[in-house]
Design a protein around this ligand. Structure first.
Ligand code: PLP
Length: 415
């Protein structure tokens, strides 16, 4: 850090002020977490210098003896952690891992079936603004209007109607467990590949807190930086029969050289996830999310589906008469970081939205538990309903004092 500060005080200043920002607010973005110093050390290492196109033992560059070790360790740990037949740890991100699945199994124009973005899916599952929606013909299922959970009858009907090559489960705003057996049965009935994008919940699987999609799916893609708590990156695991196809799709079809510092950081993270304390962490993340969702429900901020089985809650703000965009801005001014989110059947446009999404990975990493979730439910409710987005608002100031107290008692990156 001293070398950076001497050379580039501007960027050194940003690193410092970002750390201060993290330490002084409540980080409730469901897709974020606080990686350990061990993971960050691997990320900031000389492995970043190395070109290593190819796979361990079969590279297109010399000098790969050491990065080969790092990648093989990452692969072995990933397979062990998820009980998988094959792992590829090179995808640069969740989106890159997903591109590899399209590349391995589909030709442009092919039919797929995935969850619609406004009902909780992801951009890379066929949204028109993404490569996936531009280059593939993707039908979308959603949630049932009453239960707000995945409508499996609709999945089956659409699968029978479209005969997709690939059926995709998973998304970015799904609070409930997914019935992988139901998807597997539907995929088998129509002869489709079954792909799970487990980006959001894979950390809960790693911590053995929820059922794993790995025994059911042909391929499981994921990010490594959400509940999992590793570096910002991606990975995939699959059945052995698809291994060669998917490896070729990651490299050379979609990517060039892997980022070996990130691969090493993934190895470190997989080791962390094998420890008993990580399993307790995963359970605590869910217990905290459930408590937070219940606390908000008591205050007229309704969790869709009535609650959560995972690390996130999707909250309907219509009863309190505040849009998602306003709620996000009001919380931000009060030191609470969360994001606006469309809820199923949302009457608002996506950039306004009727909901917000909250997640507990970061605050649980900081050691907060059930009593703190009650405080957080209260400050979210007050920020949303009693402030106006002005940081100088008296109630916003009061809330920031409460937030500061929590952040002092449960510090991020304790000194
Ligand atoms: N898939 C899902 C379900 C996600 O939630 C995300 C990101 O939030 C991604 C894929 C994309 O990951 P990345 O941002 O690393 O490309």
């Amino acid at each position: 850090y001293e070398a950076l500060e001497a050379l580039d005080p501007e960027i050194a200043g940003v690193l410092q002020s970002e750390l201060t920002r993290i330490r002084s607010g409540l980080q409730l973005i469901a897709s974020e977490n606080l990686s350990s110093p061990a993971v960050l050390t691997a990320l900031g290492s000389t492995l970043s210098n190395k070109y290593a196109e190819g796979y361990p033992g079969r590279r297109y560059y010399g000098g790969c003896s050491e990065v080969d070790k790092a990648e093989q360790i990452a692969i072995d740990r990933c397979k062990e952690l998820f009980g998988a037949e094959h792992a590829n740890v090179q995808p640069h991100s969740g989106a890159s891992a997903n591109q590899a699945v399209y590349g391995a199994f589909c030709q442009p124009g092919d039919k797929l079936l995935g969850m619609s973005l406004p009902h909780g899916g992801h951009l890379t599952h066929g949204a028109k603004v993404s490569f996936s929606g531009k280059w593939f013909d993707i039908a979308h299922y959603g949630v049932d209007k009453d239960t707000e959970d995945i409508d499996y009858d609709q999945v089956r009907d659409l699968a029978r109607q479209h005969r997709p090559k690939v059926i995709l489960a998973g998304g970015s705003a799904i609070p409930r467990l997914i019935d992988f057996q139901a998807f597997r049965d539907i995929a088998d009935e129509v002869g489709a590949i079954f792909w799970v994008d487990a980006a959001h919940f894979i950390g809960l699987v790693a911590g053995k807190a929820i059922p794993s999609p790995v025994p059911y799916a042909d391929v499981v893609t994921f990010t490594t930086h959400k509940v999992l708590r590793g570096p910002r990156s991606g990975a995939l695991v699959c059945k052995e029969e698809h291994a060669a196809k998917l490896d070729k799709a990651v490299f050379p079809l979609m990517q060039g050289g892997p980022q070996m510092h990130t691969v090493a950081a993934k190895a470190v993270n997989f080791k962390e996830c094998m420890q008993a304390d990580y399993q307790q962490y995963a359970k605590d993340v869910i217990a905290n999310a459930q408590r937070l969702a219940a606390g908000l429900a008591e205050r007229d901020i309704r969790p869709t589906t009535g609650g959560t089985d995972t690390h996130l809650a999707l909250l309907d703000l219509q009863k309190v008469g505040v849009t998602g965009a306003d709620a996000e801005a009001r919380c931000d001014a009060a030191g609470i970081v969360l994001n606006k989110n469309a809820i199923p059947f949302d009457p608002q446009k996506a950039n306004v939205a009727s909901g917000v999404r909250v997640g507990t990975p970061s605050v649980t990493t900081q050691g907060m538990g059930l009593p703190e979730m009650d405080v957080i439910a209260d400050v979210i409710h007050r920020a949303v309903t009693q402030t106006d987005g002005d940081p100088e608002h008296a109630v916003a100031k009061e809330i920031r004092a409460t937030v500061e107290d929590l952040c002092t008692r449960f510090p991020a990156y304790p000194r």
